[in-house]
Design a protein around this ligand. Structure first.
Ligand SMILES: [Zn+2]
Length: 452
């Protein structure tokens, strides 16, 4: 359990009970408090890959955090998502989409607004499966052009455990760009502020809190917020950048958490007697491994992993023409370097994936193999078993010609390749000298990292 979470359980900000009672509405003798737990821009990150320096995130940990938080906080908890929980990557298949939606339904989300990524398999797929799985998708201004009817419910009212009634409205940007799977012109996006204000006016008499889930750019949401009357909090998604200092834009507070599902935002406020959220504080909970995976979601993951392995095994070729030489070929002339390499993480990168049944996950394999995505490079462990792990040619380039004629050098400068996998996101603390020290094989033979 991290420190932020302990602070949340302890009540967060230092407001005295007397001050709260003096300024807030009272229900059952207690001041009403609402904690809006929120996610946005998860972008298909179903679990922490475990190899990143900041090992944070994942659906299983998120569910564990939410369960404990709901069980222990004094506040009423609302759980929402502001869109782009699917990924736009070509490697993101329907299995991951299904796993994501089922996991979110298990977490009992109170409301979600779709981003453009949710339409990556077409509008019908998402609409149908979200309904069947039981996700409360909301979008007040997104209509089917042919029938002129809204694609999803515009809003919903949720009664929370203390009796507090929360109105939730979903809205998308007029600038939303749908993926090519959506037929151009088939969906109509109406004016966000006009559509939301009409919905707020209809909901307000019957609710204590109004929360809008928006999917739009940062400057757009800040301008949009200033046009609204009667909205307490806007949870936004799309650009994936966190709002560091939560502030009001006009009446509403606007919150947003960093992308990729590493954190859950928790915006907590009191409800004034005028039925407005006041003194909103915003906490960010990093989903580290101390949370552990929720049992039900772990079962979904097991089924998902087995399905992917079975499908890939059936579909992928068992033979492939490769042009890479493989580390064994390098060993013949560079034995000391080969021995050193065997002791590094690079030499065991594929085993680590396989031990987690993730060796067919194309989000992982490119950086755990040699020549993936390259002509004649790694295809799969059956077809190209000699190209598993991060071998010499992953950094130095295809060495087939060099193996035949040592005078011919490989085609990449190794020093320039680290960042391909050790990206700012994956390895934020990457610094060449420190990392080179872990694999240093300079002066052990013919090759050094700086040369070819
Ligand atoms: Zn988006």
């Amino acid at each position: 359990m991290n420190r932020t979470f302990r602070a949340l359980l302890a009540g967060g900000s230092a407001v005295t009970a007397a001050a709260l009672l003096a300024s807030c509405g009272v229900l059952g003798g207690k001041p009403k408090r609402i904690a809006i737990a929120y996610t946005n821009d998860v972008r298909g990150e179903i679990r922490s890959c475990g190899c990143a320096t900041h090992d944070l995130g994942g659906l299983g940990r998120r569910a564990t955090f939410l369960r404990v938080f709901r069980d222990t906080t004094q506040a009423d908890v609302l759980l929402v998502d502001a869109g782009d929980f699917f990924s736009a990557s070509i490697n993101y298949g329907k299995e991951k989409a299904e796993l994501t939606m089922k996991s979110m339904a298990h977490m009992n989300y109170d409301g979600l607004v779709p981003g453009e990524n949710e339409f990556g398999f077409g509008a019908d797929y998402f609409r149908t499966r979200a309904r069947e799985i039981g996700l409360p998708v909301l979008a007040v201004n997104l209509a089917d052009a042919a029938s002129d009817s809204l694609l999803f419910a515009p809003s919903r009212v949720v009664t929370l455990k203390s009796g507090l009634r929360a109105g939730l409205i979903g809205v998308v940007s007029v600038a939303l760009k749908f993926p090519p799977q959506v037929q151009p012109g088939s969906l109509e996006i109406r004016d966000p502020a006009v559509a939301v204000q009409a919905e707020v006016d209809a909901l307000r008499p019957n609710v204590d809190v109004v929360v809008v889930l928006s999917h739009m750019g940062r400057s757009e949401v800040n301008q949009f917020a200033q046009l609204l009357k009667g909205v307490d909090v806007i949870v936004n998604g799309h650009d994936g950048l966190p709002v560091r200092q939560v502030k009001r834009w006009g009446e509403p507070y606007v919150v947003q958490v960093a992308a990729k599902g590493m954190y859950v935002g928790v915006a907590t406020g009191s409800i004034s007697k005028e039925k407005r959220v006041v003194r909103l504080t915003n906490d960010v909970v990093g989903l580290d491994k101390s949370y552990g995976d929720d049992e039900a979601i772990a079962k979904l993951f097991n089924a998902y992993d087995m399905e992917v392995v079975a499908r890939e095994k059936a579909a992928l070729p068992t033979h492939a023409v490769t042009t890479f030489a493989g580390a064994d070929a390098c060993q013949a002339c560079h034995a000391p370097i080969f021995e050193k390499w065997k002791s590094t993480g690079h030499a065991h990168a594929f085993e680590r994936l396989a031990s987690q049944n993730r060796h067919f996950d194309r989000d992982c394999t490119p950086c755990h193999t040699t020549g993936f995505f390259k002509q004649g490079g790694f295809v799969n462990a059956s077809a190209t078993p000699h190209l598993t792990n991060v071998q010499c040619e992953a950094c130095h380039g295809n060495g087939a010609v060099h193996a035949k004629d040592p005078a011919q050098k490989t085609d990449m400068v190794a020093k320039g390749t680290c960042r391909t996998c050790h990206t700012a996101e994956q390895t934020p603390e990457f610094e060449f000298n420190t990392f080179w020290a872990r694999i240093d094989h300079g002066g052990m033979g013919a090759s050094t990292a700086g040369s070819r």
